[in-house]
Design a protein around this ligand. Structure first.
Ligand SMILES: C[S@@+](CC[C@H](N)C(=O)[O-])C[C@H]1O[C@@H](n2cnc3c(N)ncnc32)[C@H](O)[C@@H]1O
Length: 399
């Protein structure tokens, strides 16, 4: 795997994905230039403690070692506070690549990467199942019938429970690397909120866990679902959470820091991303569902025909091209973007996530290069119209 690594944000994004996908073997911070002359370096590794994955930080002093364990979300904050000011060098070993990061005496950042000499085994087998980001005791889970009155998981809801946890885990890591400060109240919009599982979960995580006075709005096409969710929110006294009946295609833009659209059908995902970009959202999280728009337009080269005679591959190809163009359009609009499996296939077949975090600085050259790549892919497949691109072009013309 080769990834684009130009900025410190890119490095933190790679690190957070690595933690997320259990790919980090170790991270070494060295070239200490801080005040404590006895500190040499810090070695960080994932370990399992009572069934939970945490990160063990070993502070290596001249005469002794001190170990501190941090939860994954807090570990990134700790690393950010160490790297740059105190430690001028970092060496990240992932299972497939190794990354060297150096700050020069003048503070200039240099990042290089190469393939791992050998693919490393998964770091210490740990049980991701138990690494929960959401407390099962939270009342909203009972109100939404994920847990029973004794706060025990209802077996039929175990996949939903896994999805909720993974969603919050991904969100918390995105927030860590986003330019958004965690204490300033966030405005969140969840398009196609349905029964509100994820909307309640993010609201609860922000307000209850992070103590962030967030305002969270679920936008749902079906009035009955919006009403039901509003009733539940008021019964639970969830301040700052509301649901409106609306269509992502026409929803009036308002101040938005986090845009979520999970399993919004076909081009609804494009409208949601377009909304997020226009609103200058710091975080865009979407899990696309059905990819109808591009498929009939695609003209694949003769060489591919033996593969594409199998209908399932046509669908997979359309999905890959559609989502790649979405991810690249996000990159071209100033976001660092990842595409990855959200939860494994055994839980649901809608398992892909596009996660985009706003960059602090944009690189005009990189943007131009990405736009050329988009044009080349479209030309190669004979694609005339990609919904997100059309929407972005229209809003540019409108000014
Ligand atoms: C598959 S559900 C996903 C619910 C939720 N996001 C989740 O992942 O658990 C999709 C929801 O999007 C709603 N929806 C579909 N098209 C929409 C649109 N254009 N605007 C707003 N909501 C829409 C549907 O009514 C449905 O409740």
């Amino acid at each position: 795997m080769s990834v684009t690594l130009n900025t410190l944000e890119d490095f933190y994004m790679l690190l957070s994905t690595g933690f997320d996908n259990n790919k980090v073997v170790k991270l070494l911070l060295s070239k200490y230039r801080g005040e404590d002359k006895t500190l040499n370096r810090v070695a960080i590794r994932p370990i399992t403690l009572q069934g939970e994955t945490v990160l063990s930080f070993v502070y290596e002093y001249q005469t002794n070692h001190i170990t501190k364990n941090h939860r994954i979300d807090l570990a990134i904050t700790e690393i950010k506070s160490l790297l740059g000011d105190d430690f001028k060098s970092a060496y990240l070993t992932l299972r497939d690549i190794e990354v060297q990061l150096e700050f020069s005496k003048k503070g200039k950042l240099k990042i290089s990467q190469h393939k791992a000499k050998q693919i490393q085994a998964a770091p210490e087998a740990h049980n991701r199942e138990k690494n929960r980001f959401v407390d099962i005791q939270r009342p909203f889970l009972t109100a939404l019938k994920v847990t029973d009155k004794q706060r025990k998981l209802i077996p039929a809801m175990s996949n939903k429970w896994k999805q909720i946890n993974k969603f919050i885990e991904v969100f918390s890591q995105a927030l860590e690397v986003s330019p958004h400060d965690k204490k300033t109240p966030l405005n969140v919009v969840d398009f196609g909120s349905g029964k509100g599982y994820l909307t309640f979960a993010i609201h609860d995580y922000l307000r209850h866990t992070l103590k962030n006075e967030a305002q969270v709005t679920g936008v749902e096409l079906r009035q009955a679902l919006a009403d039901l969710c509003n009733e539940t929110a008021s019964t639970l006294d969830h301040q700052g959470l509301d649901f409106v009946c609306g269509d992502v295609k026409t929803h009036a833009p308002k101040q938005t820091d986090v845009m979520i659209a999970l399993h919004a059908c076909d081009v609804a995902t494009d409208y949601a991303i377009h909304y997020g970009i226009r609103a200058n959202a710091s975080i865009i999280m979407c899990s696309p569902c059905c990819h109808k728009q591009i498929r009939p337009q695609m003209q694949s080269p003769e060489l591919f025909q033996p593969m594409l005679q199998y209908g399932v591959h046509l669908g997979q190809q359309a999905e890959m091209v559609t989502d790649s163009l979405r991810a690249l359009l996000l990159e071209a609009n100033g976001y660092t973007t990842k595409v990855f499996e959200f939860i494994s296939l055994e839980h649901t077949n809608k398992n892909k996530m596009i996660l985009a975090v706003k960059k602090a600085k944009v690189n005009a050259k990189e943007q131009a290069k990405t736009l050329t790549q988009i044009a080349n892919i479209k030309e190669y497949y004979g694609i005339q119209d990609h919904c997100l691109e059309t929407l972005l072009n229209e809003s540019m013309t409108e000014g």
